[in-house]
Structure formats: structure tokens, C-alpha cells
Ligand binder design. Sequence first.
Ligand SMILES: Nc1ncnc2c1ncn2[C@@H]1O[C@H](COP(=O)(O)OP(=O)(O)OP(=O)(O)O)[C@@H](O)[C@H]1O
Length: 461
Amino acid sequence: MATDSWALAVDEQEAAAESLSNLHLKEEKIKPDANEDRAAQSLLNKLIRSNLVDNTNQVEVLQRDPTSPLYSVKSFEELRLKPQLLQGVYAMGFNRPSKIQENALPLMLAEPPQNLIAQSQSGTGKTAAFVLAMLSQVEPANSYPQCLCLSPTYELALQTGKVIEQMGKFYPELKLAYAVRGNKLDRGQKVSEQIVIGTPGTVLDWCSKLKFIDPKKIKVFVLDEADVMIATQGHQDQSIRIQRMLPRNCQMLLFSATFEDSVWKFAQKVVPDPNIIKLKREEETLDTIKQYYVVCNNREEKFQALCNLYGAITIAQAMIFCHTRKTAGWLAAELSKEGHQVALLSGEMMVEQRAAVIERFREGKEKVLVTTNVCARGIDVEQVSVVINFDLPVDKDGNPDNETYLHRIGRTGRFGKRGLAVNMVDSKHSMNILNRIQEHFNKKIERLDTDDLDEIEKIAN
Ligand SMILES: Nc1ncnc2c1ncn2[C@@H]1O[C@H](COP(=O)(O)OP(=O)(O)OP(=O)(O)O)[C@@H](O)[C@H]1O
């Protein structure tokens, strides 16, 4: 997150300078902080995802009881799900369990139910897994909450709710309630729905102050997106307070896309005696990428160099990365003035708007996408074969951000597709950054003269 907060800080500085010059001192703009951005990123990923993220890495399983046999399933039938649920799974187009589901589902559906902490990158099937676990444990004849799921934001709760509704489609007696801000019940009323999904603050109120839910009757407790959750002030404490109200034999499940120390500490507080499942991210490499750099003196020259390259890069689809929203906005506008069709993906846009832009890009309706690092993080657009670093990625201290560099232009070995990366260098400082990136990966980055048409022709092929 270091880079993100750095870029946000740069944006804030720019915005501050702007507002000073406009003498709008009192109308201080409220900017989304890095945490909100993390939740937005997660939502964005959900909105644009239509498939599982493939992963060939081995799943690491740490069982609470190492002597019990390790089960994994290769089909949904093996799980002996209720027929209505199996029907729901197939209606969603799932033919077989994903890698993480192969191991997580037997553990979650075991008798007695087991606690679980699971970590794997976004899009690997975690949500579908815990939704299935909740739906399997519910007794529809009982009209009170039995499964409780915490999500970091209202929007993320709605997304998970949709999955519950889809998967439970053939289970009409099963009902779902949303414990989110603005969803009001009358005093003294009780929630009759069997599954409750909500944000920590509201769920805590519903369980304690307002007593809409009897926490002692909860059988399955899910804490989703733990990494996003703990990034929001107060959510960690609220989640722990909710967990403390649940019965001892309640099944506790926690999911996270990343696993920093802070997430791990939190997970251990809310999930006693856990089984642990981890799936590493697929490694990315620069082996199949041709890397170049272009020397310029300032932003205008970088723009000119980009225009020279434009014909060559638009043979395929390209992404252009800038450090701040402001540069990205400026660049997209300049390119448009030159008559180039480009799309802009910026942090100022609503998440839904961002999703629409990415969707158009994915469908090939847009060939060039200008964006900032913060905005593009975590978005995998596989067909992109050209990446332009209009600004090189740096961290908050101005050092090269190698991880982001690799993530922007690298490919997972399996796809092995060829790619092209062009880095714009406009100062001694950025040349130094480039050299350090080169050294770090021990991969040569060639100089490119964008006035030399033959050379440009060569890189495009
Ligand atoms: N077994 C499966 N077979 C095919 N598709 C699946 C399967 N499980 C999940 N999917 C689909 O793959 C996509 C990603 O799944 P899911 O949302 O469960 O992942 P996730 O790990 O929870 O991601 P996130 O961390 O973003 O919430 C969804 O579109 C989902 O419908």
C-alpha cells in the first residue's frame, strides 16, 4: 500500500496547491483515503470479474488436527450437498470446485464444522466457497438468523448478497437480510431471515443495542475481506466484539486476499483453533517482455515521444501509467486533442464508472487506457501487450517500486505471451530509478529513439 498512499499524497498535494491558487480555502475537498480505496478496488474487481482466476500453485493446508485425514474434493457431488444447492451451483455454471474450494469445502462442511482461515488472491473462489458453507448449514424451518457474514462496506455486502441469492435460487424458503446503514427495523422487532450479511457497525448494533438478532443462535460466522476490513478504523474492534457474543460452538471462517502480519494477528483473535489454507499468487516474470526506455527532457517531450510511438503501440491494446490523477487526466486530454481515442481510468470516477471503462477496454472497444497506479492495481487485463510507464513506479520515499513494475508489465509464465514495455525517462533521477530497476531484475532495458521510424517499426513486430 506504500505506493498507493504515496500517489494519493501526491494527488492531495496537487489538489491542495490548486485549491490554494483558486482561493477556495474553506471548501476543503474530502478525498477518499487509502482504505476506502482498498475497498473500492475490491469492489471493482468483483464488478469486472466474470471468471475464476486460474492458479497452478499448490494449496498449502495446515490442519488443526494433523492426524485427521486430509480431504480434498474434485467434484461438487462428493460434498453431498442438498440437491437444491447442487442445482444452484450448476446453474451458476460451476462445473468443478476451484483450487481453494477443493480443500476449503470439505473442511467447512465437515461434522463437526471446522474453523478456517483462508487466504488466496481475489477471484479464486473464496466467496462462492463460504456462501456454499452458509447455505449448507441453514435450517430454513427456523425463522431466525443462523449465519452471519461481515463485509467491510455496504457495496461489498450487496455483492456477496447477490451470490447468496444466486446460489440459493432453488431454495426459496431461505431468506437474507442486510444489516447495513440506512436499513431500519422497528424497535423490538426481530430479524426472521436465516442469513444476515452486513457491515460491522450495524451488525454490532443489531446484536447488542437494538437486539434485532440473537447472537447466541448463530451457527456460522464469516468474516470476509479481512485485509480490507482491518484497514478501516474501528472495524477490527467491532468485529471482535461481535465474535465475543457468539456461542462457543459457532463455526468461524475468515477470508482474505492478502496476508500481512496485521491480518494474521486479527485472524487469530477472531478464529480460535483454525485450520489454515493458503494459495500463493502465481509468479510473474519479465522473460517474455521486450523492455525499452526513451530519454526525454520534460513532460511535453514525453508526450511527443508517445505520439511518435502511437501508431506502433495501437496495433495491440496498451495501458499507459502515470503517477498522479492529474497527469493521467492531462495526458488523456492531450492525446484526445491529437485525435487519438483513449479511455481514462481515474480515482475520481465512481467505482461503477471505472468498471464500465474497464469493461469497454476488455471488450476491445477501447485500445488505449490511461490510468494511475492506484487505480489499476489488482486489475488483470490479460490481452494488454503494450505497457507505457509515462512515469516510472516509485514508492513514497522516491525509490523504485520493483513490485509494481513487475506487476504492471510482467506475465505469469503460463501465458507466456510476448509483451512490450516502454519507460519514459525525463531526469537524472528517473534514469537512476530505471537503472536500479534494471539491476534488480537483472534484465536489460534497451534505449529507444522514437524519432527513428525503422526502430519503432522493429519493436512493434
Ligand atoms: N468452482 C467454480 N467454477 C467456476 N467459476 C467459479 C467457481 N467458483 C467461483 N467462480 C466464479 O469465479 C469468480 C470469482 O469467484 P469469487 O468471487 O468466489 O472469488 P473470491 O476469491 O471470493 O474473490 P474476491 O476476493 O474478489 O472476493 C466469480 O465470477 C465466481 O462466480
